[in-house]
Design a protein around this ligand. Sequence first.
Ligand code: XIL
Length: 299
Amino acid sequence: ESTLGAAAAQSGRYFGVAIAANRLSDSTYATIAGREFNSVTAENEMKIDATEPQRGQFNFTAADRVYNWAVQNGKQVRGHTLAWHSQQPGWMQSLSGSALRQAMIDHINGVMAHYKGKIAQWDVVNEAFADGSSGARRDSNLQRTGNDWIEVAFRAARAADPSAKLCYNDYNVENWTWAKTQAMYNMVRDFKQRGVPIDCVGFQSHFNSGSPYNSNFRTTLQNFAALGVDVAVTELDIQGASSTTYANVVNDCLAVSRCLGVTVWGVRDSDSWRSGDTPLLFNNDGSKKPAYTAVLNAL
Ligand code: XIL
C-alpha cells in the first residue's frame, strides 16, 4: 500500500491524525492529511472550552469544520474529549460540587447529541490519574465532586450515544511498570467487573526523554485487552521521531488483536504542539521523514 491509512486498513485498523481546523486552508497540510490518514481527531475543537463556551450554549462551528472535512474525505472520527480537568471554559472552572457534576453530565449530553451516531470512539474521560508513584487520582475540580465522577460520565455517555465506543484516555500509562498504568488498569478492571460501560482505553503515547517508549508497551496493551476492552494509540508523537521507536509502536498495536489503530498528534513537525521536539512523520515542507517510511513498512 502507498498510504498509512490504506496500509493500516489491510489489518482492519486505522491510521489517524489530529487535525486543527485553522490549518485546513493550508493546501500542503490538507493534501497530506487527506491522502495519508483514515481517521481524524480534532486537536482542540471538540474540547469543553470550544464546544460549550458559555453554560448551556453549545458552539460546534470549529468542531464541525473538522468533522465535516473528515467525513467528506472518507475518514472516521475519534471524539476528544468530554470530561477533563484542562481546557475547561471559565464558567466550568468556577463550579464545584453537585453543580459541577450536573454541568459535566449536561456537557456530555449536549455534545454527544450533536454527534449522535457519527463518532467511532469518544474519549469520555481524559487524564484522570496523577503522575508519579502515588497511583492516585489527579486532584481536579471534577475529582473533588466525588470519586465516582468517571463512572457517572461513562454511564451518561452510553445513554447519550449507544453507538459510540467509549474510551478512557491518558498519558504516561504505556509503561507497564508505572504506578499510573497500574492505577488505570485497576480502574478498568473494576469497571468491567461492575458493568460500568467502558469499551476502550486510549494510550496517548507522547514519548520523550522524560517518559520514553519501553518495549513493555506491548504487554500493557495485551493486559488491558485481556480485561475485555479495545485499546488504541491515540496521540502518538516521539521526540526526535526515531524510526525504530515509531516502528515498534506500530508493531505493538499490530500484535494485539484488540488494538484498533494508531493516531499521530499532528501532520508536520511545524504543526506539533511540541514542534521543538520534531516528533512527527512529515517535515515542515511536507516531505516524508524516515519515520514515515518505517511506519509504512511496519503496517
Ligand atoms: C494539546 C493540543 O495539541 C494543543 O494545541 C493545546 O494547546 C493543548 O492540548 N493530551 C491531550 C491533548 O489529551 O488534548 C493535548 O492536546 C495534548 C496532551
